[in-house]
Design a protein. Structure first.
Length: 301
């Protein structure tokens, strides 16, 4: 399978196209994103309820719950990603679709085994890559991270957690981990697109993902820089709007403040899901899909 190399400007193009998603069938696209968000939040809700139910004195039970919910999402989430890719592809090609098409990948004959297999394989690769970087350059960072999590969870309400000082070498490790995440974003995007939309095998999709990411590391870096800047700006705007709405509602009742602010925050999260997976879709489409590529964005290797 041939993958294409794109110019640096493709990073901005992917993000711009993702922001413009939903013009053809917004009901299906944003509905599917909302369903995806709800399912993705279920493990966190279960863990939060369990934390209050068991208390921090029963860490054994909490670890079991965290492990089981994480395992469940490792199986379910790849199916949801594949389903969302298909919803996006249908809307982009003006084919009829619906929000609940997100769950079509759970049915037999929809490539669910390949989607789960690819998702699990990418998770293993991601964990191993991070473990190698941390183990080689900052073995004390893992211990610091666990202490920080423990301090946060066991802190007395109303008092700041007693988080230990950041160990030396954290900046170097963080930079390398960020580069790995950028690269694996390309692998993830191309690979999932190949499995969900091109019917590729797990091995073939992984090979395409690595080849596509290697050829497009520069536009992926451009995309990351622009996305971080826009995300910070969007977060600032959303925080300001939410605070204003909460303050206005709070003049009557704190509950009313939450009622006014919650829809804005949830709408932002849904839009974020659309843009995030939209970027992944357009990376796949330009690097490995069948769509025509603009001459000024494609380079020959």
């Amino acid at each position: 399978m041939t993958t294409r190399a794109m110019g640096p400007g493709a990073g901005w193009s992917w993000l711009k196209q993702a922001i413009n998603l939903g013009r053809n069938n917004p009901k299906a696209l944003f509905g599917a994103a909302a369903l995806l968000m709800v399912v993705a939040l279920i493990p966190s809700v279960i863990q939060l309820v369990a934390q209050y139910g068991f208390g921090m004195n029963n860490m054994g039970a909490m670890l079991w719950i965290i492990g089981l919910t994480t395992l469940a999402m490792l199986i379910v989430y790849p199916l949801l990603i594949g389903g969302f890719f298909r919803v996006i592809d249908a809307t982009e090609h003006n084919r009829p679709t619906r929000a609940t098409a997100l769950f079509d990948t759970f049915k037999a004959g929809q490539g669910r085994g390949r989607l789960i297999g690819f998702g699990l394989l990418l998770t293993v690769i991601y964990v191993c890559a991070i473990a190698l970087i941390v183990g080689a350059l900052g073995p004390e960072i893992g211990s610091w991270y666990w202490q920080a999590i423990t301090a946060t969870q066991t802190a007395v309400p109303g008092t700041p957690p007693d988080i230990p000082a950041v160990p030396e070498g954290f900046g170097t490790v963080f930079g390398l981990v960020l580069l790995v995440m950028v690269f694996l974003t390309g692998v993830y995007s191309v690979g999932f697109g190949q499995v969900a939309l091109a019917g590729r095998s797990v091995g073939g999709a992984l090979a395409d993902g690595f080849a596509g990411a290697l050829k497009n590391l520069l536009p992926l870096l451009v995309l990351t820089v622009i996305a971080i800047v826009l995300m910070i700006l969007a977060a600032i705007v959303i925080v300001i709007v939410v605070m204003i709405l909460a303050a206005i509602g709070g003049l009557v009742s704190p509950v009313l403040g939450m009622v006014l602010a919650a829809p804005v925050y949830l709408a932002f999260l849904v839009a974020l899901y659309v843009v995030m997976f939209g970027v992944m879709y357009f990376i796949w489409r330009d690097v490995a899909g069948q769509a025509a590529v603009a001459p000024d964005n494609q380079v020959e290797l």
